[in-house]
Ligand binder design. Structure first.
Ligand SMILES: [Cu+2]
Length: 343
């Protein structure tokens, strides 16, 4: 009886909603964000994108700084020139079997870490090879026309040259500022901009960590969290450091949707410089809280060799990927130093 009713209902539905069997003449092949290959005219619900895969190595990104092409102006000012290319059609396998449409600056998420010294003149040639309009909006001090908000750069080769003096000292984000802003940021159009003080900071093993989230099912909630895009990457590939060597991390929180992120370090505390603008640390702690685009510089040394976790102490975030390991190896070259607690 039940089967008969199901058959009747099924047949009724087929009559009401006939299956469309005729293919559109202008169909193209696409790969969806879940990796499925489909043929469509494109007139169905977003997101469907042309297939083009992207590789990203978080270990390479970690310590990679782009100082630009350096020259000197007649007045002695250092000129740094960069070329940044935006694209919005790449697919990246962010976790085994999970494919995500990434929008990239120079082919990666995050984009390159742009680095300069305070007072340098920066000339950033921006080329938009995406389909949509994009810009580069830098946090920091610059003229209004260089803010990357009211000058959208058209896709398919549109160009704009951002030129301004690097400042203030610190660690700043840059990101696309085209509306809807949330969409342009969560797909990956952001990166880190470091302005070094003229008098260099102490030598250190320096790294960049962008805390980000991935909304892979487009419901405006993050499905994955990470330090540098790939969930659990530094847990499976621990970051090798030396004991008794200064570690300096430029950390930037780019997580959307969740108002707060944080950074907890095991077996140690770090000096923390909010926004990196002050050369004297504000905190000596193992936990900082970061809102959107909030950032700073962390400095620490490990005294004892071994494995140490670092992760969001918001457990949901760490269980969805924002967790990593420092593998501190015994530094034979440096004798164990006295630790000045609180200093
Ligand atoms: Cu954009």
């Amino acid at each position: 009886m039940i089967l008969a009713i199901m058959f009747f209902v099924g047949m009724t539905l087929i009559m009401i909603f006939p299956i469309v069997s005729e293919a559109q003449s202008d169909e193209k092949t696409f790969v969806t964000h879940t990796g499925a290959v489909v043929k469509t005219s494109g007139e169905i619900i977003d997101p469907l994108y042309v297939a083009s895969t992207m590789e990203f190595d978080p270990m390479e990104y970690l310590r990679d700084f782009n100082y630009g092409r350096v020259s000197e102006l007649p007045d002695g000012t250092t000129l740094r020139e960069y070329t940044i290319i935006a694209e919005d059609d790449k697919i990246m396998e962010v976790s085994p079997g999970v494919f995500y449409n990434v929008w990239t600056f120079n082919g990666t998420v995050p984009g390159p870490t742009i680095r300069a010294t305070e007072g340098d003149l920066l000339r950033i040639k921006f080329i938009n090879n995406g389909e949509k309009e994009h810009t580069m909006h830098f946090h920091g001090i610059h003229p209004a026309g260089m803010d990357g908000v009211f000058e959208p750069v058209g896709g398919n080769g549109g160009q704009f040259v951002y030129e301004f003096t690097a400042g203030p000292v610190g660690v700043h984000p840059y990101h696309c500022h085209v509306m809807p802003l949330e969409e342009h940021i969560v797909h990956g159009l952001y990166g880190v901009f470091i302005v070094d003080p003229k008098e260099e900071r102490a030598p250190a093993d320096e790294m960049v960590m962008v805390l980000n989230g991935l909304d892979t099912d487009f419901d405006t909630e993050n499905n994955f969290y990470a330090a540098n895009t790939i969930p659990f990457y530094y847990q499976h590939h621990p970051i090798q450091i030396n004991t008794n060597e200064l570690i300096r991390i430029y950390v930037v929180n780019m997580v959307e949707f969740d108002p707060i992120n944080n950074f907890h370090l095991h077996g140690n505390l770090y000096k923390y410089y909010p926004t990196g603008t002050d050369l004297i640390p504000s905190f000596y702690t193992d936990m900082i809280t970061l809102s959107q685009t909030e950032r700073g510089i962390m400095e620490f040394e490990y005294r004892f060799p071994g494995k140490y976790l670092f992760h969001a102490h918001k457990v949901e975030f760490s269980e969805k990927g924002w967790v990593g390991i420092f593998l501190a190896k015994d530094n034979q070259e440096k004798s164990t130093q006295e630790i000045k607690y609180g200093g």
